[in-house]
Design a protein around this ligand. Structure first.
Ligand code: NDP
Length: 398
């Protein structure tokens, strides 16, 4: 059956890869809505190709520009504007599937709307789980939504777990399926072998030059600091309902094994492939079927050796901060995520050094006092407060 898809964050790295997979499978998918923030010309181009019913941007000036670009091409796509419009194109009864690929905390409310309206959610926006794991998953369960992980590591773990578990995984325990450990792999980023004393001088462009993956700038910096692995660690604890000691993190610089699952009989099941997000995207779009993507199969005769080692705390303090925050609860993971978003943005703008990101994150986490969050509004209030504190530390120090 034809699935109608809303792509949130259509102009981003995940959004464009999603549209690439949809382009390869026109008999299975049609696009209901596309959304973007600033890249209006690119959004207009995507509208011309995919002919969605709606296109959403956030501010009036972008909406006016988009409208005139679409009119010039005689396109019938209706332009909507603002945060409520993001929610409307998720909740619409004609929508089957939502690709949640807005970057950062801005993706939280639309993801939650997708959960509340019982959609099939393809989750790239890891912040939804990091900030509101308990609340978000409860909404998914209460409203019989389907949640499929797009993040390559979680998608790999999901694929390495038994089919019986996959079919109803949010209601089941991995331990009941003979699983003894989840192994989360990460490349270690572009500074894996850089002498520690040189890290503070690394530029934004150097941090964004990921050795294997082609991603947005924010997540690329997070890969270099391994905050990305930290956020994924939190995401994995929530998604697979496991405690931190159930997850082992390993550096695997070749990024061919995307993660693994250990079983009690000594077996290890791994998911492998090219480091190309179109594979996990195609897996979630087609699930439980396999569908085409333009990614070629990994050629073992051409690749080099596979290596593994444990991440070192001195090089990757953010990974350890994330573990600490998870143990403190979703309020602390919200704070860490917010502090990190502000710090990474300051780094990308050249205001702070690469190594300042982790020290700011640690200082904000230690300084803030958090009340228990009972709702998304509470979470967003913590997010705001944490951002202000990080911003004020940056203004004072740099
Ligand atoms: P990008 O920065 O490439 O794209 C982000 C998208 O979100 C763009 O469409 C952007 O619009 C839109 N956007 C940005 N800010 C807002 C806002 N305030 N409100 C609404 N829309 C906004 O990010 P990625 O595609 O790299 O990442 C998206 C999500 O997927 C992140 O959560 C990331 O952690 C996760 N992820 C990404 C992976 C990757 O390989 N890239 C891998 C696994 C997970 P515009 O372009 O117009 O600015």
């Amino acid at each position: 059956m034809m699935q109608k898809v809303t792509v949130l964050g259509a102009t981003g790295s995940i959004g464009l890869n999603t549209l690439d997979v949809i382009r390869d499978n026109p008999e299975r998918f049609s696009v209901f809505a596309l959304t973007a923030n600033t890249q209006v010309k690119l959004l207009a181009k995507l509208c011309a190709e995919f002919k969605p019913e709606y296109a959403v941007v956030l501010v009036d000036s972008a909406a006016i520009q988009l409208q005139s670009l679409l009119k010039a091409q005689n396109l019938k796509t209706v332009v909507l504007c603002g945060e409520q419009a993001l929610i409307d194109v998720v909740e619409d009864q004609n929508v089957d599937t939502v690709m949640a690929a807005i970057v950062g905390a801005a993706g939280l409310r639309p993801c939650l709307a997708a959960a509340k309206s019982g959609k099939r959610i393809l989750l790239a926006n890891k912040e939804s789980l990091v900030m509101s794991g308990q609340l978000f998953l409860q909404e998914v369960k209460d409203n019989q939504a389907t949640l499929l992980p797009v993040d390559s590591e979680h998608n790999a773990i999901f694929q390495s777990l038994p089919l019986d578990y996959q079919s109803n995984y949010l209601q089941q325990k991995v331990e009941d399926f003979g699983v003894s450990q989840i192994v989360l792999t990460g490349s270690g980023g572009p500074f894996r072998t850089t002498p520690l004393e040189l890290l503070s001088a690394k530029s934004a462009d150097e941090a964004c030059a990921h050795p294997n993956w082609d991603m947005g700038r924010k997540i690329s910096v997070d890969s270099a600091t391994m905050m990305n692995k930290g956020l994924e660690f939190i995401e994995a604890c929530y998604l697979f309902s496991v405690t931190p000691d159930f997850i082992d993190v390993l550096i695997h610089p070749q990024s061919v094994i995307h993660s693994m699952v250990r079983y009690i009989d000594g077996s290890v099941v791994a998911q492998m492939g090219q480091p190309d997000m179109r594979t996990p995207i195609a897996h979630t779009l087609g699930f439980p079927d396999r569908i085409k993507s333009s990614v070629s199969a990994y050629d073992f005769t051409q690749g080099g050796d596979f290596t593994f080692n444990a991440p070192c705390e001195q090089r990757y303090p953010n990974l350890y901060l994330a573990k600490q925050a998870f143990n403190l609860g979703q309020e602390s993971t919200t704070t860490l995520n917010a502090a990190n978003e502000v710090a990474v943005d300051a780094f990308l703008q050249g205001k702070i050094a690469f190594t300042d990101i982790a020290s700011l994150n640690a200082d904000v986490l230690a300084a803030i006092t958090l009340a228990k969050a009972h709702s998304i509004d509470d979470i967003l209030a913590i997010d705001n407060e944490s951002r202000s504190l990080t911003q004020s530390l940056i203004s004072k120090r740099y």
